[in-house]
Structure formats: structure tokens, C-alpha cells
Design a protein around this ligand. Structure first.
Ligand SMILES: *[C@@H]1O[C@H](CO)[C@@H](O)[C@H](O)[C@H]1NC(C)=O
Ligand SMILES: *[C@@H]1O[C@H](CO)[C@@H](O)[C@H](O)[C@H]1NC(C)=O
Ligand SMILES: *[C@@H]1O[C@H](CO)[C@@H](O)[C@H](O)[C@H]1NC(C)=O
Ligand SMILES: *[C@@H]1O[C@H](CO)[C@@H](O)[C@H](O)[C@H]1NC(C)=O
Ligand SMILES: [Cu+2]
Length: 637
């Protein structure tokens, strides 16, 4: 049974009705009761269908005295939040009234036996064309906490994103105190340029664009002003003694952030919709793609206000520097006696002396390293990682270059003759944009590598299990450009896939390199959570580092931060059949090709097979299959 939410795009009405769904969940025919909005306390055991309509369209938004045309859902930035209870079904009708091919990805939702709804263009589906619509249907089972959704169209997700909140069904939150209120807090960026152009620039190796500013819940805040007027900022009104659950998401394209609230400490209780052992800290580090649920107790002296500030992190020199970006909102105590309430809006007394937190150094990436090192799973709830792995991969995350003329000989580094690209194990992903059908359909209809490549009409190349080039990966002498690093650059564009037997335990060590730059890399795997066993600085050394693996209570994450000039070791069970994107969640690295596709085979029992595609899945290309087998494909075998 059910909460059935319909929100009309024009915002003129919002109805909420409860729908009773006969179990088992598979039954399509249901008995429907309508109950008025706001009725709570439903029997816990019944799952609901939560339905939304997302109209994707362009609107002009004014920030910093400048109007910019942006693409948003239902006219909102951030977009609408989807709120469900664990075990519910979600139905989202996406109506594309934008000029762009569109897909929506449900970030962190495991999509068990439902890869079709994962929303990656030409990997899991043909895009929703301008003027068309598609309905995503998925269940949210076995996951609790904060996830989010975003367009999986390069760079457009800067304005196409929103929260996906999953509340527990059977038991209260496994942390204390119970929050009095829950607040989604989305860290983002404002770009006053055409985001589709930003993607083209990035793919062209033209890496000079930077965001205009950072935002909290879409607002730049008072550190930004134009014509003498400060920009609107996010305001969180609190009452002394109460506890607030901040559901933090980093939807920025460009940077990891440090978030602090002056005068307060926060307790991290979950990340990526997995509970963690409560960890109290005065600074939260959050990379693009990650979520953090943190408790904020309103326990500071009331009568004044406190800034909540988010600062973008960047790698120090010799990395190329961009202007630092910081944004802030205000945590405002309500019952301060000197405040005046006007029509329900609390106006702080004159000169409230808002306190600014002491922010870390924007170059101090060790704070993120320690923050992430302090995450472990909540013992009461945790699942133990498999004791050993079947497949081992060492995957370097690096930059390289390809010749603009398509050849192999050209000037590298900052020369115009080459284009800088992102790589995994020295191969740069070529998005299968010209495929006859999405990789998932090709996999479904043409089992096996050759049949799949033939059906998709694209060359597929196996992602190597180890880097093609072995060097001192993290030697800063390769930063930024120059004769020393140039020989490490040459690479090629390929549609790289790695196939896993159903149920295989896969261990991946992600290793950053210092080729041209030393960014960290938040690596996001679709369809699976990863146990984060260990991380370290420098080059991974199995002989030394395996001994440091946490096999007791490692955190489970869908996005793992590979620390700057370091590595991280993860393990996951490849038990969800389909074609799953694995990529860096910095959008520029994604556009540049720091991507691969993990193919998980079907299992042998009925509940381990990928079901057929939904009948209304968009079609594209010639979509007939059986096109051609490229020569390289045979050569590689
Ligand atoms: C946005 O503003 C431009 C320039 O003022 C205008 O031409 C355009 O029609 C507007 N678009 C929308 C969707 O409002
Ligand atoms: C946890 O954080 C503290 C303080 O930053 C740090 O000293 C410590 O090394 C971290 N622990 C781990 C396991 O990373
Ligand atoms: C790799 O480079 C680092 C930094 O220059 C250096 O400290 C280290 O000794 C090098 N390692 C090897 C194996 O050369
Ligand atoms: C949009 O998708 C269609 C169908 O897949 C494709 O033919 C077209 O090239 C795409 N357009 C853009 C701008 O990517
Ligand atoms: Cu990256």
C-alpha cells in the first residue's frame, strides 16, 4: 500500500493520494482507494507506488544580474525531490520539452533486474528525443537514506537534478536522536554559459571553462553580488535544542567540497544510502556523486546566526589553478528574543553578527582523505564483504591525448594538434553514440561479445585488467605538462567493456595518476554498491596494502573517492545482470572518457535473469541488429 504522489508541472496543484496495491508486487491489477493528502500512519508492510511527472524544459533564470537559459525539471532548480519508503515502486513520466536528447539516471538506485531503467544514453536506452516522453519504473528495495536523480546528459545535469529520499519502512532510524526535521541540501554550481557548449568544449580538450559560482539548494548566497545587491542564499531556520537531518548531495560538475557550519559539529550517519557508524566532525567532505546524511544539533548559543559554507577543493600547484569558489547559506535560530516576526518570516535583529566558520585551505586534500577514512558501516546493519575475490583489476585513472587528425603522430601536451582525454587503464571511452541500438539491448539480443558488438554496430574493446603503461603513477613530476609526461599521453578512443560472470566477486583497485594533473576521482558504479576496503596515498602495492583491508565493517558506497595521488581498493558482487556504467563523477572527466561499461551476465536461475525490455523503451538508430563485425574485433580475440 501506498503513497501516490502526482505533482503537476505547472505547480498549480499537487495531489497526493494513497493507493492500495494488492501484493504480490508483480500483480499489475490493483484496487485503488483515494485518501486525502497528509494522511500518515499507514500499515508498514504495504509497498506504495510513488508517481511523478517530470517536464524537462528550458527557462531563463537570472543570477548575478544576467539571464541564462537553463534546462530544468518542472521549472525548478534543484528539481523536485522524490520521497519514498523502502520497498516502494517509483513511476516517473519524463516529458522532454527541451531541445536535447534526454535520459534521467536514478543515482545509486540498484535497479535490481531492471537495468533498463538506469537512464544512460546508448548504454541502457535510446535517449528520449525532444518532444517525446518515457516512463521510468523502478523499485527502491533494500536501500535507505539519501540518493538523487540527474540527467545523464553531459554537463546538463548541472541544472537537472534533485533528491531521492528513501525512508525506512520497518524500523526507526538506527541512530539517535531522531531528527525533528529533515532538510535536503544540494551543493551545486551556477554556470552562466550554455551547458551543451560546455560539454562540446570539454570533449574538444578545451579545458578553460569554470563555474561562475557555487550554490546551496540552487542559491549563490551573499558572497556573490551584482549592482550592489547580495544574491539570495539558502536559509535554514532552527529551534534551539532540536536536531536536523541534513541530506547532503554534491551535484556539482567540477569540484569536491568542504562543508562547515560555524559553531556546530555534525554527525555523519549515512552515505550513499548506507548507514555508517556515527562519525562526529566539524567538516564534511563530499565529492560529486556522493551523498552524506548528517545530524546537525541546534546546540549553539541562540540569538545569533551561523553561516553554513561550502568551499570547492582543488589540487595545489603545480596543477593549473582556477579561481576558488565558495558559497554560504545561513543557519538562523528562531526563538531569539530580539528577532521580529513579520508575516511568519523571521527578520534577524540589526547586526546579528553572523558567524563564519573557519574554512579549511582549499588545497588541503588530506582533510577529505581522513574524512573518508573515518567512514565505516554501522555494525548493527552491516553486511560483511566476501572474504576473497574471483576477479582482480588494477585500474589507473589518468589523462592522455589523441591526435586531432585521428592519426597517431602529433604534438602532445598543450598543443592544438592533440585533444586531452580521460582514460581508464590507458584507454579513453568512446560513447556509443552512433550505435544501432543501446549496448544493453545489444547484450540482451546478442549474447556474447561478438554477437553484442554486431547487434550494436560498434566496436567493443575489453577494458584491460591492468594498466597498459606502468610507471611511477603518482610522481608529481608529470604535472602539469611537459617533456617528461608527454610520452605517457598517447591513447585511443574505444568503447571499453569488461564482462563478469554472474555472482563473481570483483576487486578493483583504482589508482590515480599524476599525468598532467592530480585531481582526485570520485568513481561511480551503477547498479551495485562497493565495499571500500582501503585507501592510501602514492602507488598501490599489493604486498603491503592488502594487509590494511578492512574486511570487518567497510562502508558501502556507490561513489568512491580515489584520493588525490592515491588509490582505493573496493570489492563488489557482480550479481545484477546488465550493462552498467562505471565512471568518474567529475563531469569534465566523464565527457573526456574516464568511463567504461561493466557487463554482468545472467545467472542460471529465473530470479537472476535480466527480464525483457519494457515495451515502451525508446527506439533509435536502425535498431535492427546484425550490422557488421568490425575487423578489429576479430584481431583482438
Ligand atoms: C529567454 O530569454 C531570451 C532573451 O530575452 C528570449 O529570447 C527567450 O525567448 C527566453 N526563453 C524562454 C524559454 O523564456
Ligand atoms: C579520522 O580522522 C582523524 C582526524 O582528521 C584522522 O587523524 C584519522 O587518521 C582518521 N582515521 C582514518 C582511519 O582515516
Ligand atoms: C615515485 O615518485 C615519488 C615522488 O617523486 C618518489 O618519492 C618515489 O620514490 C618514486 N618511486 C619510485 C619507485 O621511483
Ligand atoms: C539524439 O538521439 C537520436 C536517436 O538516438 C540520434 O539520432 C541523434 O543524433 C541524437 N542527437 C544528438 C544531438 O545527439
Ligand atoms: Cu575524474
Amino acid at each position: 500500500m501506498v503513497a501516490y504522489l502526482l505533482s503537476k508541472p505547472n505547480g498549480s496543484w499537487k495531489a497526493s493520494m494513497k493507493v492500495w496495491v494488492g501484493l504480490p508486487a508483480a500483480a499489475a491489477v490493483v484496487v485503488v482507494f483515494l485518501i486525502f493528502a497528509g494522511v500518515a500512519a499507514l500499515p508498514a508492510a504495504m509497498a506504495a507506488v510513488v508517481e511523478h511527472t517530470f517536464v524537462v524544459s528550458q527557462v531563463n533564470l537570472t543570477r548575478l544580474c544576467k539571464e541564462t537559459l537553463v534546462t530544468v525539471v518542472n521549472g525548478q532548480l534543484p528539481g523536485p525531490a522524490i520521497e519514498v519508503t523502502e520497498g516502494d515502486s517509483v513511476v516517473v513520466h519524463v516529458v522532454n520539452r527541451s531541445p536535447y536528447n534526454m535520459t534521467i539516471h536514478w543515482h545509486g538506485v540498484k535497479q535490481r533486474l531492471n537495468c533498463w531503467a538506469d537512464g544512460v544514453p546508448m548504454v541502457t536506452q535510446c535517449p528520449i528525443l525532444p518532444g517525446r516522453s518515457f516512463t521510468y519504473r523502478f523499485n527502491v528495495a533494500g536501500q535507505e537514506g539519501t540518493l538523487w536523480w540527474h540527467a545523464h546528459v553531459p554537463c546538463l545535469r548541472a541544472t537537472l537534478h534533485g533528491a531521492l529520499i528513501i525512508r525506512p519502512r520497518h524500523s526507526p532510524y538506527p541512530f539517535a536522536p531522531k531528527p525533528d526535521r529533515e532538510i535536503p541540501v544540494v551543493i551545486g554550481e551556477w554556470w552562466d554559459m550554455d551547458l551543451a557548449q560546455l560539454d562540446r568544449n570539454t570533449m574538444d580538450g578545451f579545458l578553460v571553462d569554470v563555474p561562475t559560482g557555487s550554490t546551496i539548494n540552487g542559491k549563490l548566497g551573499d558572497l556573490y553580488s551584482c549592482s550592489g545587491a547580495a544574491q539570495d542564499g539558502f536559509v535554514l531556520e532552527v529551534e534551539p535544542g532540536k536536531t536536523y537531518l541534513l541530506r547532503l548531495m554534491n551535484a556539482a560538475l567540477f569540484s569536491e567540497y568542504y562543508l562547515k557550519v560555524a559553531g556546530h559539529r555534525m554527525t555523519v550517519v549515512a552515505s550513499d544510502a548506507n548507514y555508517v557508524r556515527p562519525y562526529t566532525t566539524d567538516v564534511v567532505a563530499i565529492a560529486p556523486g556522493e551523498t552524506m546524511d548528517v545530524l546537525l544539533p541546534a546546540d549553539a548559543p541562540p540569538g545569533r546566526s551561523y553561516y553554513m559554507a561550502a568551499l570547492a577543493i582543488q589540487a595545489p600547484e603545480p596543477d593549473v589553478q582556477v579561481p576558488p569558489t565558495i558559497t554560504r547559506g545561513i543557519v538562523q535560530y528562531r526563538s531569539s528574543s530580539s528577532d521580529v516576526a513579520v508575516d511568519g518570516v523571521v527578520v534577524p535583529a540589526a547586526d546579528p553578527a553572523v558567524v563564519m566558520p573557519d574554512m579549511p585551505d582549499q588545497h588541503d586534500t588530506t582533510i577529505s582523505f581522513h574524512f573518508h577514512g573515518n567512514l565505516s558501516s554501522l555494525r548493527r546493519r552491516h553486511r560483511v564483504p566476501p572474504a576473497r575475490a574471483d576477479d582482480h583489476m588494477l585500474v589507473t585513472l589518468s589523462l592522455g591525448s589523441v591526435c586531432r587528425d585521428g592519426g597517431r603522430a602529433c604534438a602532445r601536451s598543450d598543443s592544438d594538434e592533440s585533444i586531452i582525454v580521460g582514460t581508464m587503464n590507458d584507454v579513453s571511452f568512446r560513447a556509443p553514440t552512433a550505435a544501432a541500438m543501446p549496448l544493453l539491448e545489444a547484450h540482451y539480443y546478442g549474447r556474447g561479445d561478438m554477437a553484442m558488438a554486431a547487434a550494436a554496430g560498434v566496436e567493443l574493446r575489453a577494458l584491460p585488467d591492468a594498466p597498459l603503461r606502468v610507471f611511477n603513477f603518482t610522481d608529481p613530476a608529470y604535472i602539469p605538462y611537459g617533456p617528461k609526461e608527454a610520452p605517457l599521453e598517447p591513447t585511443e578512443k574505444q568503447t571499453t567493456v569488461r564482462r563478469f560472470r554472474h555472482g563473481a566477486v570483483v576487486e578493483v583497485v583504482f589508482q590515480d595518476t599524476a599525468v598532467m594533473q592530480s585531481d582526485s576521482n570520485p568513481m561511480h558504479l551503477h547498479g551495485h554498491d562497493m565495499f571500500v576496503l582501503a585507501h592510501g596515498l602514492g602507488n598501490y602495492d599489493a604486498a603491503r596494502d592488502v594487509a590494511t583491508y578492512n574486511l570487518l565493517d567497510p562502508p558501502l558506497k556507490n561513489t568512491v573517492v580515489v584520493p588525490r595521488l592515491g588509490w582505493v581498493a573496493v570489492r563488489f558482487v557482480a550479481d545484477n545482470p546488465g550493462t552498467w556504467y562505471i565512471h568518474c563523477h567529475f563531469d569534465f572527466h566523464l565527457s573526456m572518457g574516464m568511463v567504461a561499461v561493466f557487463i554482468v551476465e545472467d545467472g542460471s536461475s529465473a530470479d537472476t535473469y535480466l527480464p525483457p525490455p519494457p515495451a515502451d523503451l525508446p527506439k533509435c538508430g536502425s535498431n535492427k541488429g546484425g550490422l557488421y563485425l568490425p575487423e578489429e574485433f576479430y584481431l583482438q580475440k
